[in-house]
Design a protein around this ligand. Structure first.
Ligand SMILES: Cc1cc2nc3c(=O)[nH]c(=O)nc-3n(C[C@H](O)[C@H](O)[C@H](O)COP(=O)(O)OP(=O)(O)OC[C@H]3O[C@@H](n4cnc5c(N)ncnc54)[C@H](O)[C@@H]3O)c2cc1C
Length: 451
C-alpha cells in the first residue's frame, strides 16, 4: 500500500473515467517505483488501461551525449519491461509540457500521475500542466524515502535540523515498494496509439547534442546493472565504507550516484538492502549520506528558488563573501582554463581530468575542486556558475539537487557554519592542498589522472 502522504495533489480536478497516465520523468525504472505503482492502483480500481509516457526534450540543462546516452539506453530496458507487463509505453519528443498536453488531448485520460522533482524546470512542467489540465494531476515522491514535502515544510538550516525529522518518520516510510503486476486492462484499438520502439542509437544520432563529451563505458545504464552494482557494493565494499570513502585512490564509495540520479535505482531499495546488513558504523555512514544528505538536497532545491546562485547563501555567508570580494587572488583562471585542466594545481587538474574522462569525480575531491574555483575566480557568482557549468557538463550524476547543494555548500556556506576568517573565503570553510596531502597519496592520484 502507498502511504497517502507520498501523494501530492497538483490540482483539484476529480479523477474521471479514462486510462491512467504515468508521466515518467525522474524515476526511470519499473521496479520500486511508487509513482508507477500508484498509477496502476488507480487503473485497477477504475478497471482502465495504464499508459506510461516519457517526454524527451531535445535539450536539457546542457546535457551532452554522455547523459542522453545513459538515459536513453536505460529507457530501452524500461520499454521492454513495461511491454512484458502489458503496459503501454509512449515516447514523445518535443517540448515536454506541450507534448504531454497533446497526448492528454489524444488519449483522454482520467488522471495523470507525475514524479516529484524539486528543480525549477521540472516544477514548471508539472505545475504548468496541472494548472491548465481538466483532469486530476498528482505528484508522487518516489525519490525521497520520507517524502520531501512531508519531511519538512520549510528550508532546513542543515543536516542537524533535518536529521531528527527524518529519523522520526523513517519507520513509517522505509517499507518495500510493492511490485507492478501484469496489467489486465488493455487499450482499445480506437485510441490509435502507436507502440513506438525506443532505439537509443537512432535517437542519439537524430538529436543535436554536444558530442564532444562522449559516453563512458565503465558504468552501464539500466535497472539490471544498477541492482547488480548495489549487490556488489554490499557484498564487497560496504564493510570499510567509513574509512575508505574519503580516499580517492580506493573504490571506497558505492559508485551508485549515476543510477540514482537517472532514477534507474530506487534509493528506498538501496536503503533497505543496506539496513538489512545490521547495525554498524559503515551502515550508519552510508545511510546518513543516502538519506539525510540526499534528502537535504531536495529540501534545499524545493524551498530555495536560488539554489544555483549566490542568492542561496545564508546571511552570514553573503556578508563574509561580500567583505572579501575585492581580496587579491594569487591565481585567476577563465572558464576555459578550468575546463581544460590548465591550473597551476596538479591535484585540481587531476580531479578535473577524472571527471572529464570518466563522468565521475571522487566525492572528497568534489569539495576541494569547488572551493578552489572560488579561490581562483573573479567573484563568488562567477565561481558558482563555473562549478555548475563543469559539473553538469561532465558528471554523469550532474543536474541533480545533490550537485546544486554540494556546490552551494562548498562556495557559499549552505548547510554549513562559519569558520575562521581568511582571505577570499572569509568565513567559508577552506580546504588546502596540504590537507589533502596528509589524507591520501596525492602524488599517486595525480599520476593516475595525468597520464
Ligand atoms: C561540489 C560538489 C558537487 C557535487 N555534485 C553532485 C552531483 O552532481 N550529483 C550527485 O549525486 N552528488 C553530487 N555531490 C554529492 C556527492 O559528492 C556525491 O553524491 C557522491 O560523491 C556520489 O558518489 P557515490 O554514489 O559513490 O556516493 P556514496 O558515498 O556511495 O553515497 C551514496 C549516495 O548518497 C548520496 N550522497 C552521498 N554524498 C552526498 C552529499 N554530500 N550530498 C548529497 N547526497 C550525497 C548520493 O545519492 C550517493 O549516490 C556533490 C558534492 C560536491 C561537494
Amino acid at each position: 500500500m502507498i502511504d497517502e502522504r507520498r501523494i501530492h495533489h497538483l490540482n483539484q480536478a476529480p479523477v474521471t473515467i479514462g486510462p491512467v497516465v504515468y508521466w515518467m520523468s525522474r524515476e526511470q525504472r519499473v521496479s520500486d517505483n511508487w509513482g508507477l505503482y500508484h498509477a496502476q492502483q488507480i487503473a485497477i480500481e477504475q478497471k482502465v488501461p495504464l499508459l506510461v509516457v516519457f517526454t524527451l526534450a531535445d535539450a536539457f540543462l546542457g546535457a551532452t551525449v554522455r547523459h542522453f546516452g545513459f538515459m536513453l539506453r536505460g529507457l530501452e530496458q524500461v520499454a521492454v519491461d513495461l511491454d512484458n507487463l502489458d503496459i503501454h509505453f509512449s515516447f514523445l519528443r518535443g517540448e515536454p509540457k506541450r507534448s504531454i498536453q497533446k497526448f492528454i488531448e489524444h488519449v483522454n485520460p482520467g488522471c495523470l500521475v507525475c514524479d516529484f522533482d524539486p528543480l525549477r524546470i521540472k516544477r514548471q512542467w508539472f505545475d504548468g500542466v496541472a494548472a491548465e489540465a481538466k483532469i486530476k494531476v498528482v505528484e508522487v515522491d518516489g525519490h525521497n524515502i520520507v517524502p520531501c514535502r512531508i519531511a519538512s515544510p520549510k528550508r532546513e538550516f542543515g543536516a542537524y535540523t533535518l536529521r531528527p525529522k527524518l529519523k522520526r518518520l523513517l519507520p513509517e516510510f522505509l517499507t518495500p515498494v510493492p511490485k507492478i503486476a501484469r496489467h489486465s486492462f488493455v487499450l482499445s484499438s480506437s485510441t490509435a496509439l502507436e507502440r513506438n520502439r525506443l532505439d537509443a542509437n537512432s535517437l542519439l544520432s537524430q538529436l543535436q547534442l554536444d558530442k564532444r563529451v562522449g559516453e563512458v563505458s565503465w558504468v552501464l545504464p539500466g535497472e539490471t546493472v544498477a541492482n547488480a552494482a548495489l549487490a556488489e557494493f554490499i557484498e564487497h565494499r560496504l564493510k570499510g565504507y567509513t574509512v575508505n570513502r574519503n580516499n580517492p585512490l580506493l573504490e571506497g564509495q558505492s559508485g551508485l550516484s549515476p543510477w540514482l540520479h537517472f532514477g534507474q535505482l530506487s534509493p528506498q531499495r538501496v536503503a533497505l538492502a543496506v539496513a538489512a546488513q545490521g547495525d554498524g558504523q559503515d551502515v550508519d555512514a552510508l545511510l546518513e549520506e543516502l538519506i539525510v544528505r540526499r534528502e537535504l538536497s531536495d529540501n534545499f532545491c524545493l524551498n530555495c528558488q536560488h539554489y544555483d546562485s549566490i542568492g542561496a547563501a545564508p546571511d552570514w555567508a553573503r556578508k563574509t563573501l561580500e567583505k572579501h570580494r575585492q581580496d587579491p587572488r594569487n591565481y585567476f583562471y577563465t572558464l576555459n582554463e578550468f575546463e581544460q585542466a590548465e591550473t597551476d594545481d596538479q591535484l585540481w587538474n587531476s580531479a578535473q581530468l577524472q571527471m572529464m574522462h570518466t563522468g565521475k569525480m571522487h566525492g572528497y575531491l568534489r569539495m576541494y575542486w569547488a572551493k578552489k574555483i572560488l579561490e581562483w575566480s573573479a567573484s563568488p557568482e562567477e565561481a558558482i556558475s563555473t562549478a555548475i557549468c563543469l559539473n553538469d557538463r561532465y558528471s554523469l550524476d550532474g543536474r541533480d539537487p545533490n550537485g546544486y547543494a554540494g556546490i552551494a555548500w562548498s562556495i557559499c556556506g549552505v548547510h554549513d557554519r562559519a569558520w575562521g576568517e581568511r582571505p577570499i573565503f572569509g568565513m567559508i570553510r577552506f580546504m588546502s592542498y596540504d590537507g589533502c596531502k596528509r589524507k591520501f597519496d596525492l602524488a599517486g592520484y595525480c599520476r593516475q589522472w595525468q597520464k
